[in-house]
Design a protein around this ligand. Structure first.
Ligand code: NAD
Length: 473
């Protein structure tokens, strides 16, 4: 149970599901099947600590749905991990993948440890042992279940996982596809680091390009000139701020865990980040004013508020004071259901996390495809495209008698490399997902908010896929 609610995290996901299911036409049996977690693997294994003691580790892997294979979802290392949380996160992965048309079922894993309390050698032993437990029960593999990083894990752990898997499956030519979020040298893909923040930007930009949606918020279309507040200058917050600023929006406030600042003339996230690295804090950044409390930034007047740090930061206690016209949920679960109700009354548009922060899983999908095809994106066509573009440009210049300048020449001739293709695939994905959700929302005026519309979209896709499999004739 959470401190504020008398229902668990998994039950709260079920509540959101039920709220949306009312707007679908599916048989209750199908809905019941979609909601259920198909496989829950709870394990215990011993690990010898550096001091010679033996510790029994508690860990989980939950596969929520196999309506598409493989399943996909991160592995978190946290002493808060429990079965209910892993089940809730696994279900959210099913809906998230469905919304962005990534053909995976949802899964999630967790190891109940505080990674800061273990040496790197101990963490390696725990990660490798966890992987071998998954292999023993057939809970991991490029066609079965593909983990990724999550809270407390990163490239290092993914490298240990792929190495352990490959050594237990000699000759499996697709072994690199057993996990995503790997270092580039171990089969990772370029563009993963910025993917979530970039996806947040693409999603919000698409919403801002919809004249009717903007008119309802009392805003003009487009991102240019809009004011943005970002909470959390970590991976997601930093990259969200970067893409908004580079595309003409003004980031007027940034909040970190130990301080928050504003400057109506605009802040440069890289300069603020460097200041934070040097001083340990964003406070006293030259030209900016300090907020009294970090949470004041959430209540600052702006067009777009991007909470990119923690869950539950906008809740029954402060939602009424939020002045933003659009909230882009970059973090997982930054707004509570009680806050959603207040937004509905105030006419604030909340763009939901389940799809807005799906850039990470989308690019993970691209990494998995790269691993299965055994070739870097762009390798086959980059040079060919450049040669072709050169020929076309030369012909145009000869026929017109005019020459393009050097900068334009480079842009026109450039053949796509891995970064370009990953970014463009992500842009396509986020634009399509936004349009699909808004279509669903518009199709039924009774659907109260965009979060519910996103669930309806996900339920329809998963249910269709079950129906097409003939499971529910
Ligand atoms: P991160 O650890 O890189 O960054 C989080 C930042 O928030 C840190 O700089 C931290 O100091 C700051 N912070 C912590 N408490 C704060 C507070 N009270 N007020 C203001 N700032 C605070 O993490 P991240 O990868 O950027 O993830 C951020 C959120 O986005 C999480 O909810 C995560 O689950 C979600 N998310 C991340 C990804 C991804 O690809 N990294 C994908 C999907 C969702």
């Amino acid at each position: 149970m959470s401190a504020q609610n008398d229902y668990s995290f998994f039950q709260s996901v079920e509540k959101s599901f039920d709220k949306a299911a009312k707007f679908t036409k599916w048989d209750p049996g199908i809905l019941e099947q979609i909601k259920a977690c198909n496989s829950v693997y709870q394990m215990r294994f011993p690990v010898k600590r550096d001091n010679g003691s033996i510790e029994v580790i508690e860990a989980y892997r939950v596969q929520h749905s196999q309506h598409k294979s493989p399943c996909k979802g991160g592995i978190r290392f946290s002493d808060e991990v429990n079965q209910d949380e892993v089940m809730a996160l696994a279900s959210l992965m099913t809906y998230k993948c469905a919304i962005v048309n990534v053909p995976f079922g949802g899964a999630k894993g967790g190891i109940k440890i505080n990674p800061h309390k273990y040496s790197v050698y101990e963490l390696e032993k725990i990660t490798r042992r966890y992987t071998s437990e998954l292999v023993k029960k057939n809970f991991i593999g490029p066609g079965i279940d593909v983990p990724a990083p999550d809270y407390g894990t990163g490239e290092k752990e993914m490298a240990w996982i792929v190495d352990t898997y490959a050594s237990l499956k000699p000759g499996d030519i697709d072994a690199a596809g057993c996990v995503t979020g790997k270092p580039i040298t171990q089969g990772g893909v370029r563009g993963r680091k910025e993917a979530t923040g970039m996806g947040v930007f693409f999603g919000i930009r698409e919403v801002c390009n919809m004249p009717d949606v903007m008119a309802k918020q009392g805003l003009t279309t487009g991102v240019e000139g809009k004011t943005v507040v970002v909470q959390g200058l970590g991976n997601v917050g930093y990259h969200s701020a970067k893409f908004f600023r580079e595309n003409g929006a003004k980031v007027i406030a940034i909040a970190e865990h130990n301080g928050a600042i504003y400057n109506l003339a605009g802040l440069n996230e890289e300069e603020v980040f460097q200041h934070k690295l040097k001083t340990g804090n964003v406070l006293n950044f030259p030209g900016a004013t300090n907020f009294n409390k970090t949470t004041d930034a959430l209540e600052f007047e702006c067009d777009i508020l991007i909470p990119a740090a923690l869950e539950n930061v906008i809740n029954a206690g402060n939602a009424a004071r939020v002045k933003a016209k659009i909230i882009g949920e970059a973090a997982n679960g930054p707004c509570t259901p009680e806050a959603d109700e207040i937004f509905a009354q105030k006419g604030i548009l909340c763009v939901p996390d389940m799809y807005l922060n799906a850039g990470g899983v989308t690019v993970s999908y691209f990494e998995w495809l790269k691993n299965l095809s055994h070739v870097r994106y762009g390798r086959m066509e980059k040079r060919f495209t450049e040669n072709m573009n050169t020929r076309i440009l030369t012909q145009i210049e000869e026929l017109s008698g005019k020459q393009v300048n050097e900068t334009e020449r480079k842009l026109i001739m450039h053949g796509a490399d891995e970064h370009d293709l990953v970014h463009s695939g992500l842009e396509e994905t986020m634009i399509n997902a936004t349009r699909e959700i808004v279509e669903v929302w518009k199709s039924n005026p009774a659907i109260p908010d965009m979060r519910t519309a996103a669930y309806v979209s996900a339920i329809n896709k998963v249910a269709t896929s079950y129906a097409e499999l003939g499971i529910f004739p």
